[in-house]
Design a protein. Structure first.
Length: 327
């Protein structure tokens, strides 16, 4: 009797299980599937300028050289003012300048003043334009300008250039290269003395008088040094760049009483160690230091005297370490 009751209860409990197993299922269990893809390479265009083309610049500043040899546009603020580049129609803050792996854009002005850079300050210049430049940071959305100094082992060279114009503007550039089997050094000195001495017809004043350009002097000196040493699969680099620019900012033709003045000082240094692991892998470690100083003075000239409206000073220091694995 008990056995019959047990079988009856077991049959009642088994009916829902059998009903569920008989229902159609919407889940199909399959083995794990791996899906892989590759990053799409964005298109870009690159203009390369080697040392032979840069040597033809004859002590020009970089803005003048690129205006004559590239398709990018420049915005120049007066005869002695800043010159910033505009790539693909973007703002100047969306372009980036890199010198031997170190970004040299002004952190205080948020733009790159290309007029402060000599065209002979590097052995290799690359101008990249296109979507792929955004991989170098948000300040390189439109393009990136790369300046590289290359070692010249076993080479000795002396290079000099002078430019003089009828405006009493003088550019002087001197570069010395010394190299042995394992060691190479370069020293480049650039000097600028612009008077911007010329007459013009001022159509903003009554009678269109002939006037002389005022408050447009510009003096600048830059010293760049690079040292290279290689041993087996290792190479050590050390680059230094000291620059001081003292310039008067020319006033607008309708307000010749302004006597603005700007002083830029900068020191940049980067040391790097390149270790070749094998034919396809390289480890690069770099330590860089940047110091920027900016002084801006706004003056007004009245009754034969200059009156200071405001005098500002800004300082910026940055120490950065970076390790890169190339494969």
């Amino acid at each position: 009797m008990r056995m019959r009751k047990f079988l009856f209860v077991l049959t009642i409990l088994a009916i829902p299980v059998l009903a569920i197993s008989a229902m159609p299922t919407d889940t199909v269990r399959i083995k794990e599937v791996h899906v892989s893809t590759y990053k799409t390479i964005l298109t870009s265009s690159t203009d390369n300028f080697d040392s032979a083309r840069l040597a033809q610049a004859d002590a020009q500043n970089l803005s003048r050289f690129l205006q004559e040899n590239s398709s990018i546009q420049f915005k120049t603020y007066g005869t002695s003012g800043s010159s910033v580049m505009s790539i693909r129609g973007a703002n100047s803050s969306h372009s980036k300048i890199v010198w031997n792996g170190l970004s040299i854009g002004s952190p205080m002005l948020n733009m790159n003043d290309v007029s402060l850079i000599s065209a002979n300050s590097a052995d290799e210049l690359k101008l990249s334009k296109g979507g792929s430049t955004a991989s170098n940071g948000n300040s390189a959305l439109s393009g990136i300008l790369t300046l590289n100094t290359l070692p010249r082992y076993g080479n000795n060279q002396l290079q000099a250039g002078v430019n003089y114009s009828s405006l009493n503007n003088t550019d002087v550039h001197l570069k010395y290269v010394h190299g042995t089997v394992r060691f190479s050094s370069q020293t480049a000195i650039s000097y600028i003395n612009y008077k911007n001495n010329f007459n013009y017809k001022n159509r903003s004043e009554f009678g269109n008088p002939i006037q002389k350009q005022i408050n447009s002097n510009w003096n600048q000196i830059a010293i760049i040094q690079s040292f290279f040493y290689k041993y087996k699969r290792s190479e050590i680099e050390w680059h230094q760049w000291f620059q001081e620019s003292d310039r008067e900012l020319s006033p607008a033709v309708y307000n010749r009483t302004k006597r603005n003045y700007q002083l830029d000082k900068s020191y940049r240094s980067i040391a790097s160690l390149k270790q070749l692991i094998n034919a396809n892998n390289q480890l690069i470690s770099s330590l860089s230091f940047t110091r920027e100083q900016l002084r801006y003075v706004s003056r007004i000239h009245m009754n034969g005297e200059d009156f200071v409206l405001f005098n500002t000073r800004s300082y910026f220091d940055q120490l950065q370490y970076q390790t890169t694995w190339k494969f």
